[in-house]
Design a protein around this ligand. Structure first.
Ligand SMILES: [Zn+2]
Length: 66
């Protein structure tokens, strides 16, 4: 279930690229790329580093595109 949020600043719709103005309503849609929960240790540089195989970001979708 997407949540309708009132915009507190200007955004751009990730779907139709039209502006979402301050005070307009928009939806948040989280998008997961890869698998963020899959974390491995990379030791190739001599220092162990955690490598996360994915990330999550939030798309902003205007009311019309929903
Ligand atoms: Zn849109």
């Amino acid at each position: 279930m997407r949540k309708l949020i009132r915009s507190r600043r200007e955004y751009k719709c990730n779907s139709c690229k039209s502006p979402i103005r301050k005070g307009d309503l928009y939806y948040k849609k989280s998008v997961t790329v890869g698998s963020p929960s899959n974390i491995t240790i990379d030791n190739s540089t001599g220092y162990p580093a955690m490598v996360q195989h994915g990330y999550t970001f939030v798309d902003k979708i205007c009311e019309r595109c929903n």
